[in-house]
Design a protein around this ligand. Sequence first.
Ligand code: GLA
Length: 389
Amino acid sequence: MTGAAELFESTANGAPAGIWSAPGRVNLIGEHTDYNDGFVLPFAIQQRTHVALGTREDGRIRVVSTFDADAVEVGLAELEALFPARRSDVPEWATYPLGVAWALLRATGTDPASVTGVDLAIASDVPIGAGLSSSAAIEGAVAAALNDTWRLGLDRVALAQVGRTAENEAVGAPTGIMDQMASMLGRADAAIFLDCRSLEASVIDLGFADAGLQLVVIDTGVKHSHATGGYGERRASCERGAAIMGVPALRDVSVADLPRAEQLMDDETFRRVRHIVTENQRVLDTVTALREHGPRSIGDLLLASHASMRDDFEISVAELDTAVEAAMAAGAVGARMTGGGFGGAAIALVAHADVRRVMDAAAAAFAASGFAAPTMFTVVPSAGAGREA
Ligand code: GLA
């Protein structure tokens, strides 16, 4: 049982017709590069969101979840009136599944009267607000379930785009495509090297286990939201920088162009641009290093990425810096904050024998700084969204 099946059985009639799931993700490297048409290297993790689905005859969609005691139910024909401006009586968690249903119908030009009503029960073990894409996991699982049930025939890339539309337009977070693509395309023991302009994806072997390494997540517990504040401001700075450079996106600016960029823009915009440009290069360098020398060779790239986010993009927080420093001092191969920033989690690549030491060191450093204790666990690169039963 997945939790979703039990929730379904206790809230709807009978057993579900099927169960689908989608994972959260960790981004190994390539932060804030996705909406700049650049490169990212995320992998799906073992923590997943499960959706149990049953059909119903009345053309309505009803969602229940482990996030909230109350069910939310609307007619499929009413979805068009709910979004993009979310009606205030729809609780935030429900905008993810209902937003996916809305975006899926719209993307495929499907008349809501032509598809069956559904009951959805959603259960997730992806930590919320940790920067591990709990939202993309909900979107991916619901998109896969409805795509199959409604026989819409969308492929995984199209389903990732539906998830992003829900996130951008129904939830209102101006995010890129990375999280949904990672959740859809993930593979065991591998990362997804994604070109966010062409959406071309390649599978890159990580080989953590063979190299005797583990990936430790240090969740600071500092909550963030990308629907408000800093994330959108960073995105606006990047767009300003691209306009000043006369290119469609910062993807089109190279490291060699940076001296010219520095002449043309104010210091803050330049530092935002420098993060994106150097981070894109670090993703390419990481892919080369993984292919040629294996995962023990990427530590310096992870650290350089963190320093760039801390100093140039300014999206780190004291807890994330403390986690990275403590992990490195305890012998990690490399470490950086992961995800959108302003809170969430850091990752550390650690030799198997040092995992306990790194976790103890991070816990001690947090205590010494007066921060609340972090939540720590290891993650395993895992498969993407799909039908479970
Ligand atoms: C969040 C967004 C992604 C990406 C990252 C930063 O996770 O959802 O699209 O921009 O932040 O790399």
